[in-house]
Write a protein that binds this ligand. Structure first.
Ligand code: HEC
Ligand code: HEC
Length: 474
């Protein structure tokens, strides 16, 4: 069953392929972007923003020339990310012996001919050996939602977008083969330049596809700016907007962002495609998913989006509290719940919680300011407004909020109870009725416990343990 390709062979083949493919791809990209000869490319746009070296090798690069011929000036400032693997800046060069494996982020700040300060970044990377091959079931798992035992309201959303704002585009429905490919990509560390990070490094199944610490550590060893949120029900988004500040549209385009982020996966799309092409298992997976073995960044984005959209939560205890066929906006007290859970459900409704964390999918329609700070350091979508991911599996996605400031659900409840700050753009739903002041719930200990019990009914253990969402490389 488990056939791991010998590592040396894997690395050897890829190395050769990369040497042939990369310059080709880079040249092609350069040509496509305006037939400019290589020496006069505009500000770093079409240059390879990635420099691959062997661990332990001597590095000596002209950083300014690497990012931009035009911007080469005496006033360029070059900085390296902390944990510089033995590299240092000497004038406009980055030099040293690359210690270990990893990525160093190089920032080159220069003034262009108009005097405008521009910062261009690239990564110097000594990759770890590539991972082995994934182990996949003989018959693919079922991801196609039309074949799943979904509640009717979920099913209707796929057909008509309502009631839960399903973002699945007609051009990229979830198929078993497409999501299978997406699953492999999601867990493949090859997607990072360093071979150290996959999506699953920061989005962990047992933690509801969130990160169990406030900030994740990316390929350069630097922390991410925000907490990695859970991914359950990510497909349900009224405005098709994602991230805590709702800055990105469509999961297809989002999926390619962490790959190219200079901190997270520190890769370029051409390098990623070349690595996937050099394996023996990706061409058949692309063939099955898209009808041809061609590997492109667009297809990677599409397959990842399919896997993300397959992360549907509908098997939690709370699901039994939503009567089918009716208006499933709010859960209803149900005999299947304990008295404590039912009390908690009522508190969730009375506390306006489910006006923002809405409907059975428990995602959020519009970003809001929850009064975490009077003045938010991180503006989010503006004035300290943020978007939360679905409250599904919330017990397991700690720490909480965009900056992971709360370690436990109790801390979150205490915030909504008595901790809301008088921020300028605090949501009216969190202010006292007919007034400006932040609302105080003044919950008793018993009520706080009931709220926690109700939030626990959002845990979807079937999802957290489903092998079709697990890491196929282990
Ligand atoms: C180094 C850690 C890291 C890696 C690797 C990573 N992510 Fe994330 N992810 C984050 C962080 C942090 C956020 C929150 C960013 C924000 O809100 O600005 C996030 C947010 C997301 C979201 C938004 C969810 C929502 O509700 O808006 C999706 C979807 C996502 N990541 C998918 C992926 C995919 C797909 C990959 C792999 C290609 C990936 N991530 C790799 C850290 C990571
Ligand atoms: C005005 C809209 C609004 C109301 C009302 C509201 N929330 Fe939230 N909630 C948010 C936003 C926005 C976030 C994300 C804030 C951030 O990331 O900084 C959030 C975050 C959370 C989180 C953490 C999510 C995560 O993944 O980190 C939990 C848990 C939560 N809310 C529970 C509740 C409960 C319980 C109530 C009722 C007592 C409630 N919310 C009321 C808007 C609201």
């Amino acid at each position: 069953m488990y056939s791991r390709r010998p590592k040396q062979v894997a690395a050897g083949r890829t190395e050769v392929q990369r040497m042939i493919l990369l310059p080709l791809l880079v040249l092609l990209a350069g040509c496509g972007a305006g037939e400019a000869p290589r020496g006069s490319l505009p500000a770093g746009q079409d240059r390879p923003l990635l420099l691959l070296v062997t661990p332990g090798s001597v590095v000596d690069v002209d950083a300014v020339a690497h990012v931009s011929v035009k911007a080469a000036g005496a006033d360029s400032t070059i900085t390296l990310s902390p944990g510089s693997h033995g590299l240092a800046v000497a004038g406009r060069r980055v030099t040293g012996t690359f210690a270990g494996v990893g990525a160093v982020r190089v920032s080159v700040a220069s003034r262009d001919s108009d005097g405008v300060l521009k910062t261009i970044q690239f990564n110097i990377v000594a990759p770890a050996p590539e991972p082995g091959r994934p182990v996949l079931p003989d018959r693919p798992f079922t991801y196609d939602d039309l074949q799943l035992d979904l509640p009717p309201s979920y099913r209707e959303s796929r057909q008509s977008g309502a009631p839960y704002w399903d973002t699945t585009p007609e051009t990229n429905p979830v198929s078993d083969a497409g999501a299978t490919l997406g699953r492999v990509l999601f867990y493949d560390k090859r997607l990072s330049s360093t071979n150290t990070h996959s999506c699953g490094t920061c989005h962990q199944q047992k933690h509801g596809f969130a990160e169990p610490r406030s900030f994740s550590v990316g390929a350069t060893g630097e922390p991410t700016r925000r907490n990695a949120m859970g991914l359950a029900n990510v497909r349900y988004s009224l405005r098709d907007r994602f991230f805590a500040d709702a800055r990105v549209r469509t999961l297809e385009s989002l999926a390619l962002i962490p790959i190219q982020d200079h901190v997270e996966m520190a890769n370029t799309l051409p390098n990623m495609v070349a690595k996937l092409q050099a394996t023996d298992f990706y061409p058949p997976l692309f063939q099955a998913a898209f009808g041809s073995a061609q590997i492109s960044a667009d297809r990677v984005g599409m397959a990842l989006a399919q896997f993300l959209r397959s992360l549907i939560s509908y098997r939690a205890k709370a699901d039994t509290a939503y009567p089918e066929g009716g208006d499933s906006r709010f859960p209803e007290a149900t005999p299947g719940f304990t008295a404590q859970e039912n009390e908690g459900l009522k508190l969730l409704i009375d506390g306006n919680c489910l006006h923002c964390h809405v409907d059975r999918v428990l995602t959020m329609v519009d970003p809001a300011n929850t009064g975490l700070d009077v003045e938010s350091v991180d503006p989010g979508q503006g004035d300290g407004t943020f978007r939360a991911a679905s409250l599904r599996n919330i017990r397991h996605t700690a720490p909480y909020m965009h900056d992971g400031r709360f370690q436990s659900l109790r801390e979150v409840i205490d915030h909504y109870d008595t901790g809301i700050k008088p921020a300028q753009s605090l949501s009216p739903l969190l202010r006292v009725r007919n007034g400006d002041a932040p609302r105080r719930l003044n919950l008793t200990e018993r009520q706080k416990r009931a709220l926690e019990a109700a939030l626990d009914t959002f845990t979807d253990s079937a999802m957290l343990e489903d092998p079709k969402f697990s890491d196929p490389f282990h």
